[in-house]
Design a protein. Structure first.
Length: 154
C-alpha cells in the first residue's frame, strides 16, 4: 500500500466557531507531531484563533475501486456499539457494509461471521473512548441508512 502524509489542524475562534485545515507534508521522512512542532507553532502564532486539535494522518493513495453489492452506498452503514472498561459506550459506523456482516435478516450485525469477528476483534484490540478507556465488549450492531425517512401507517 502507498501512503501520503497530511497534517490536520483545527482552530476555535472567540465566538466558538471552528475551522479545520489540512496541509500536505513531505513523505520522507514521515512527519510526526514532534517534527511538525515548528509549523504548528508558526501557524498558531499567526492566528487569533486557538489551536484545539493537531494530528498527522496517513492517507492511502492506492485505495482501490469500490465494490458493488446490496448495501453499496455510503448512506447504508453498520452501526456498532461497544462498552469500554469505564462503562462508556462508543459507536463505530462502517459505511457501505458488506452483506456478509449481517445475519439472514439483513439488519442484525453478526459478530460470529468472518467479517464481523474481524471487525469486533480489531475494535477490542485497540479502539478507546475519548478518555482513553479501551473497548472491552461488543454490545450490538444493526444496519441503518443515513437520513432515512420512516413512514408510518398504510
Amino acid at each position: 500500500m502507498a501512503y501520503r502524509r497530511k497534517l490536520v489542524m483545527k482552530w476555535k475562534d472567540v465566538n466558538n466557531g471552528t475551522t479545520t485545515k489540512t496541509f500536505h507534508t513531505a513523505d520522507n521522512p514521515a512527519p510526526t507531531l514532534g517534527t511538525a512542532t515548528g509549523f504548528v507553532t508558526a501557524m498558531q502564532n499567526a492566528s487569533y484563533g486557538a489551536t484545539i486539535y493537531v494530528e498527522t494522518v496517513e492517507v492511502r493513495t492506492d485505495s482501490g475501486t469500490p465494490a458493488t453489492g446490496p448495501y453499496q452506498t455510503v448512506r447504508d452503514y453498520a452501526h456498532l456499539q461497544f462498552r469500554c472498561a469505564n462503562a462508556n459506550v462508543i459507536t463505530i459506523n462502517i459505511p457501505a457494509p458488506r452483506s456478509g456482516c449481517f445475519l439472514a435478516d439483513t439488519k442484525t450485525f453478526d459478530p460470529a461471521s468472518t467479517l464481523g469477528a474481524a471487525v469486533v476483534s480489531a475494535v477490542l484490540a485497540g479502539i478507546t473512548d475519548a478518555s482513553g478507556s479501551p473497548a472491552t465488549t461488543f454490545i450490538s450492531g444493526k444496519r441503518l441508512k443515513a437520513n432515512q425517512i420512516v413512514q408510518f401507517g398504510g
